[in-house]
Design a protein around this ligand. Structure first.
Ligand code: FES
Length: 65
């Protein structure tokens, strides 16, 4: 059985580690990988994935990782 962990990175994305599949709202698979970074700042041009925009906007998280 594979295990997936989700870690909020300080002032950055959610790091998802472990074999996982990200699906669109219609259920279509958009990525399958062992590690993905999901945007939580809202500024990414490649949502739901992080594209580094959190650095440009100075995103500050409220959750300590
Ligand atoms: S968290 Fe990186 S672009 Fe939003």
């Amino acid at each position: 059985m594979s295990e997936v962990s989700i870690t909020p990175l300080v002032d950055g994305p959610l790091e998802v580690s472990g074999a996982c599949r990200v699906n669109a709202s219609d259920g279509t698979e958009i990525r399958s990988a062992d590690k993905v970074y999901l945007c939580r700042c809202g500024a990414s041009e490649k949502k739901p994935f992080c594209d580094g925009s959190h650095k440009k906007i100075g995103f500050v998280s409220n959750v300590e990782a």
